[in-house]
Every structure is written in C-alpha cells, then in structure tokens.
Ligand binder design. Sequence first.
Ligand SMILES: NC(=O)c1ccc[n+]([C@@H]2O[C@H](COP(=O)([O-])OP(=O)(O)OC[C@H]3O[C@@H](n4cnc5c(N)ncnc54)[C@H](O)[C@@H]3O)[C@@H](O)[C@H]2O)c1
Length: 441
Amino acid sequence: MKIKTQSRSSALSNKIKTKTATIGVIGLGYVGLPFAVEIVQSGFHVIGFDKNQDKIRQIQEGDSYIADLPKENLQRIIKSSRFEATNDFSKLSQVDVIVICVPTPTAVDGTPNMSFIKEATHDIGRNIKTNALIILESTTYPGTTEEFVQPILQKNGFVIGHDLFLAYSPERIDPGNSKFSVSNTPKVVGGITAACLEVSKVFYETVIHTSIYTVSSPRVAEMEKLLENTFRQINIALVNELSQICYKMDIDVWEVIQAASTKPYGFMPFTPGPGVGGHCIPVDPKYLLWAGQQHGISATLIEAADKVNDSMPSFVVNRLENYLSRQNKELSKATIVIIGVTYKPNINDPRESPALRVIQQLLDSQCELKIIDPFIQTFSVQQSLLNTVPLTGEIVQHADAVLILTNHSEIDYSLIDQQASLIFDTRNTNFVFENKNYHKL
Ligand SMILES: NC(=O)c1ccc[n+]([C@@H]2O[C@H](COP(=O)([O-])OP(=O)(O)OC[C@H]3O[C@@H](n4cnc5c(N)ncnc54)[C@H](O)[C@@H]3O)[C@@H](O)[C@H]2O)c1
C-alpha cells in the first residue's frame, strides 16, 4: 500500500511539475478568481467553478469584478483558452488539483456557517477522480479539514493519503495591497498525511514564487490563520479603545501611536478607525471564539475586542454630532457627505464595512446623506439599496459636514479641504488639511 501511495503521489507531483495537471478552483470571489488567474499565468490549464451564474457570465465576457484584477489580465487569460469558468460541477472529473475558496461566514448566532464548504466537498466527492489533490483555503476553525471535509470524501469511497490527497493552506490575500500579492506572500500548508503534504508543497512551489512553510497538520495551519486575524482584531480594538480615552483627555491618538512606533522592538503600530470590516477581521475571531467554547474555554479577550470595535460607529456618530452642535447645527437637520463605503481604501468590497453601520445610524437620525465612493455605485444598508454620487465642489459646499470613513487615494481631498464647512476624518487621511474645522478621530 505504501509503495502504491508513493507512486500515486509522485505521479501527481510529476504532472504538477510538468504543468500537465489541470487545476480546479471552487469559489471565484475575492480569493478564488485572482488565485485562478495566478495559476493560469504560471502555465496551467484552470477550470474555475462557481454557483453564481452572474459571475460566470461576467468572467466569460472578460469583465472583472475584483478591483485588484485588471480586466485586461482577465481578458488575456480567457483568450489564451487556458481558463474556463463554469457552474457545471461534473467537470470536476477533469481536474487533478482542486483549491476550495468558498465563503465561511458566521450564522446569525455567531457560530461557523459551514454550508458552503459542505456543498463544495459534496460536489467534489461526487465528481472527483482518484489520485487528485484537494486543498481547502477558506478560513475556518481548527479541525475542519480532518473532521468535516475528510469524512465526506471518505463516504464517497476514497482513502485519504492513498487514492486522494487532502491538505489545508490558509489564504493570505490582502486586497488593495500593491506590495504583497498571492505570488510573493509565503504560504503555510499542512497535509493529512506526509504524501498529502508533499504533493501540496509541490503544487504551491510550482505556482507561486515564495517560500512554502510546512506544518505538522491541517489543524496547525487552520489555527495559525485564526491567530493572524485575531491578532489584528485585538490590536485594532486596543487602539480604538485608546482613541476613545485620548478624545476624553484631549490627546491626539495619532501622535501617541507615531511616538510609540519609534521603539525599534516590542511595538507594532495599528491605527484606529470607525470599526472593523471585510470578510476576515470581524468574522475569523468568532471562529476561534467558537472553537474555544467547544473545548470549555471562553475567549474573553476576543469578546472584549469585538465589543470595542463594535462601539466605534456610535462613537464616530456621537463625535460628529458634537462637532455639528459646536456650530449650532443639529444632526437631524444636517446634510452630511460621506467619503468611502468600502471597508478599506482602494478596493470595491463593502462587506461588513463599519461605514454601513455609521450610515445606518445617520439615516436613523434623519440627516440627509450624499455618499461618495469611486469604487462602488450601489450598496445595501439593511435591505435598502443606496447609490453613491460623484464628488463635486457643489455637494461639499452645500453640506454641513464631510465625514471620511474610507481614505481612498483617488478622492480630491484638496477640494474637500477648500469647500467643506466641517471635516471629520476617521482615518487620519494622508493629506495636509488646512480647513479650520478639521477634526481627526
Ligand atoms: N477576501 C479576503 O480578503 C480574504 C482573505 C483571506 C482569506 N479569505 C477567506 O477566503 C474564503 C473566500 O473568501 P472570499 O472573500 O473570496 O469570498 P467571496 O464571497 O468573494 O467568494 C466566494 C465565492 O464562492 C462562491 N461559492 C459559494 N458556494 C459555492 C459552492 N458550493 N461552489 C462553488 N462556488 C461557491 C460564491 O458564489 C462566491 O463567488 C473565505 O473563507 C474567507 O474568509 C478571504
């Protein structure tokens, strides 16, 4: 059995090394589509699978819905005939390696929603041929690959590590980051067996141009991803809390952080803001919290951090109200220009963005909003569809305040500086404002 397994895994490794393997990517979202493009660019034939028919159509038309993926790149690889996007999951029978990049949100009660991984694994189990490699990249709780994915595949008659290889490797993509992309960010991988690990390592070494760090099990790889994002969640909460204390004490929190950053060891700067957003920082710590609870540990630090970050939208609205009242204006009668809806600058993803909660609170206060975000045209706040508008001097002049929630670099900040009667900047935007009513968080 051992010799047979070795020859099966080395046959697959050879197929990968010679780039004659066909690669499948399940879930063509912020993670899956850029990675599929990267794999094509490294010389493979790739089949991308998604349940969303609209996304398949957009890809087939060469229309990129990911800000970091220029449509020219997508069109080039579509033309090359080495990439096809489909919702025909029977084509999973044609692939040698499958990377799973489906969503892992939380359910309403904050527990992991595993329905997407479950559905993808069932599709794989029904269609995959023997001697293939499956790698889960979705962020999830430790134990998912071994205790959730593996049993589903085994039910389809596969013996993991023998006729099917299974591993976990967390996705570390950072949308909007121009320095680090999939191809130059080190990859961590853990396999169910030594053969699973070996063939996964060969796959990543062939596709990306940086180091591959192997760990002893998928559980370690799953946990290290939760550590990365919980580390961010807690440190952001710390500076958010600091910003609330500094405000009451009339201390500039940004100056404090800058001064602390001069320490060459033992300190790493994080920046406060209107809260946390995206598919990772507000969600992943909840997976760790849940995992701890399953083992009798209540992760109080994670809960406290969540509470602080969640309090930031109200903190921002209260402060805006204070600044307006200093000018004898009421929030309920004010017109506010909102700059930025997405959860971070220069991307088109508004998921879980704290701006949505600030906007909701402002709408509840009856004020009028003009929303500017060059990256999105429409977005939803509690089932209502809202539109963004272009930034003009007239809009700014007629508003009572400009509230910067996302510091996109293509915003004309000098226009805001010159025309606004009040600016509240929650991001310490990289622009020297001279407006006499400029306030930072
Ligand atoms: N977005 C990020 O910055 C980021 C970074 C690191 C890790 N992650 C993790 O990567 C995973 C994917 O995140 P994302 O941001 O790409 O999500 P996304 O929502 O942008 O994309 C997921 C895609 O999967 C598709 N899908 C859902 N169920 C499917 C199924 N059964 N079969 C095929 N397709 C299916 C959806 O239609 C969607 O297109 C999540 O676990 C997330 O936590 C995301």
